[in-house]
Every structure is written in C-alpha cells, then in structure tokens.
Design a protein around this ligand. Structure first.
Ligand code: SF4
Length: 420
C-alpha cells in the first residue's frame, strides 16, 4: 500500500442518501421497479434527481408513509401490501420489485425483508420481490447500488464455467466497448452485473473472475466471493493507466500472453494519450480538493494527479475499503491526504484555507462555494457520465477542465460574503 496519510473524520455530513442510485438503476433494468417505502421528502428527492417523467410511466415510486403510519396508528404492512397489489395489477410488465427502505421506514422499524418474503409467497414467482436500504441514516449515494446488487446475488444461477463478470452499472455503450476489447483479447465468456433485464441474471461460481467496474460495491463483492467467485485485484477503469491495469488484471488471470495484450491495447493507449493532451495543459499544476460523496474520489484523484498533473490537496471519501482500494492507494504519491467520513464545516474551513482551483463536491455545497469564487464540479455527474475505459479518458478530463475554463472566461474575483 502507498504512503498516503489516512485520516477519519466524523460530524455533520452533506451527501445524498442511497435512494439516489435508483436514478441510474431503473434505467439499467427497465423490467424492474423501485418502490421506496418513505416520506414525501424521499419522493421529492427521487423525482427531482431523476427529472419527473411526465410522459412515461416511471419505474420508481414511493409508498408514502403518512403521519398515521409514523405514529404507529395504522398497520404499515397492510398498507404496503395494498400499494404493492395495486401497483402490480396496474403494471403487469414488472418482473422484479425492489422495496427500498428509507429513514422513515427505518425509524418506525418496518421489516421490509419480512414484507418481501410475505409478498413473494403471495405472488408465487410471477414477480420477484426484494428489499434493500437506501436510507440516509445507513447509506450514502452510491451505496444504494451496492444494496440492490447484493439483494440480487442469491438469485444468480450457479455455474462452474470459466468466465469474466463485470460488476457495477456502466453506460451501455461503454460496457459494449469494454466487452468488445475483452473478446478481442481472447476472453470467451463475459457477463455483466447488473444485467440489462432483471430476469437475465448472470451465472456465478468458482470459475467466475470478477472485475469491479465501480469502487462502491463492498457488500456485493463479498457476496459474490461467498458464491465462489474470485474478485480480481486492480485499480478502477478510470483514465488510461487505471483502465489498462484493470484490463490486464483480467487477461493475466486468464493466462493471456502480455505481449499479445500490449499489441491490442497499444493503439488505443496512443490515441487516448493524444486526446488527453489539451486537457493536461489546462489541468496540470492546478490544485484539487475532493469532498466526500460518491466513493469515486480516490480513483478520480489518482487519474487527475498521475495523468493530468493536478496537485492533490485532500481526497475526501465517505467510506474507505482499504483492501478494495489497495491498488489505487499504491498509485498515489506518498503523503497524499485522504480523509474518510465527513465533518462538513471543518472540511469547508480547509477548502477556504487552501483556496483550491477546483473542488469536487455534492450539489448542495457547489453553489455556496461558487459564490465564494471557488470553481466546483458536481460529483453526481461522474455517475451519470460515460467515463470508464481507455477511450473515455479525455472525456473524463474534459469534465474537470470545463469549470476551470468557465472560471477563466468569467475572470472572476472571489466575492466576500457579508455576515449579518
Ligand atoms: S431516505 Fe432519508 S435522507 Fe433520503 S430522502 Fe428519505 S428522508 Fe431524506
């Protein structure tokens, strides 16, 4: 492991809750439905994060817990059964229904695992009903995907076959491109998890080698391991270097000759490095501060430092799985400051003291920082943008050069905030 300084911080947090990941999961599996068992606040969060789908039947919804439920005056299980029955009668195309827990359902202790079991026996295999928590008390942002995938693992069929499994949601076009590369490199069977249809779950077993595409799948990885799969050790496929090492972790484990792999990857790497050049000119030497939100912070910081020359002031991450991040930490310079957890006020004080050129942060912090003259990038953009793989390195760099370019055009001076 590299010589990074690993610190922990606790205190007030400013991050999205795990419900947010419904926004990309419902697009990934169009035959699934996500029913949040929560309050009107939860409903508003999902609707504004996903953009309200006015003309289409959405594939997510909220079973609203009213005051009567919260006060324990109504039987929340009966209400939930009624909502689920109505939903499934109206939407017979739903094949998998996720009951998603929230802060309110947790506070009044609705047992969603029991509800899922009861409803499964009622629907008798016509629909699969699962549950996981997206509550802000238990989860941040991307951990919602970890919970949803973990719930699916027990349903994956068993297989002894030698195969590669890409775990974690990717943009479909990026995933197709990566699969094509692995096929050219000679890996015969490649599957994806989550699949594009919730009913077409990939098989799993001792012959399965798993490449994690996202760094926030701690629980899912553990469950896949429990099913006999091997989790390959690699940095994450962000940037040219990370993607190359990630691909080679798979080809090495399948015993594919390194010189053959190099001959396939070299033209891609040369092209990607050329495309990256103009962005390196804009980013090199600029000071970067990452506030915790998505768990993508460490791989992003590694790419922006090693390949784009940015100076790292601090990397915040909501949760640090040292084992999963070991290959990433090895690539970071000695004494990189990594802070796990959050005390938002103290972190903002450090941001102000260091005056970075760019802060990567949640949407709620971006506007106040911009008002103080500090350029920002929303972390949420990284989970919606196709940024994985060698080919996408320049697009990824462009996401960070854009706010710097805008700031230069505005040529703005920091605004002093009057206190009253
Ligand atoms: S789950 Fe909790 S944090 Fe998330 S929207 Fe609902 S109340 Fe807010």
């Amino acid at each position: 492991m590299g010589g990074a300084t690993l610190l922990k911080e606790t205190g007030p947090r400013e991050v999205f809750c795990g419900l947010t990941s419904i926004v990309w999961l419902h697009r990934r599996m169009p035959d699934a439905f996500f029913l949040v068992v929560g309050s009107r606040t939860c409903a508003h969060l999902i609707q504004s994060a996903a953009g309200v789908m006015i003309f289409a039947e959405p594939r997510f919804g909220t079973a609203i817990l009213e005051e009567r439920d919260l006060a324990g005056l109504a039987d929340a299980h009966e209400e939930l059964d009624r909502v689920v029955k109505n939903l499934l009668a109206r939407r017979p195309e739903i094949r998998t229904l996720f009951l998603v827990g929230s802060c309110p359902s947790e506070v009044i202790k609705i047992d969603l695992a029991r509800a899922a079991e009861r409803l499964n026996s009622q629907f008798n295999g016509k629909v699969t009903i699962l549950n996981y928590s997206g509550s802000g008390i238990e989860t941040t942002f991307t951990q919602g995907e970890d919970g949803a995938l973990k719930a699916l693992v027990p349903l994956m069929p068993k297989s002894e076959e030698n195969q590669l499994l890409l775990a974690g949601t990717l943009a479909n076009a990026v995933e197709d491109r990566l699969i094509t590369i692995f096929q050219r490199l000679g890996i015969g069977k490649i599957q994806s998890f989550p699949p594009r249809q919730s009913t077409e779950l990939p098989s799993i077993g001792p012959g399965t080698k798993v490449l994690l595409t996202q760094p926030y799948l701690t629980d899912t990885a553990r469950e896949l391991q429990n099913r006999g799969a091997e989790i390959l050790k690699a940095p994450f496929p962000l940037g040219v270097q990370g993607s190359e090492l990630w691909i080679k972790a798979a080809t090495d484990s399948f015993g594919i000759d390194r010189s053959f792999v190099d001959s396939i990857l070299e033209p891609l790497i040369i092209r990607a490095r050329k495309a990256l050049k103009p962005y390196i000119e804009q980013l090199s030497g600029k000071k970067l501060f990452l506030l915790p939100e998505s768990q993508l912070e460490i791989p992003l910081a590694r790419f922006l430092h090693v390949e784009c020359g940015m100076e790292l002031l601090e990397i915040g991450t909501p949760y640090l799985n040292r084992e999963m991040m070991a290959q990433e930490l090895d690539l970071l310079p000695e004494s990189t400051r990594i802070v796990e957890g959050q005390h938002v006020e103290k972190q903002l004080d450090r941001v102000r003291a260091h005056q970075p050129d760019l802060v990567v942060c949640g949407m709620g912090l971006a506007n106040p920082l911009e008002a103080e003259g500090i350029s920002t990038k929303w972390s949420i953009e990284m989970v919606f943008s196709p940024i994985h793989g060698i080919d996408q390195a320049s697009d990824l760099a462009e996401l960070f050069s854009r706010p710097l370019h805008r700031s230069k055009l505005l040529n703005r001076e920091p605004i002093s905030i009057a206190s009253n």
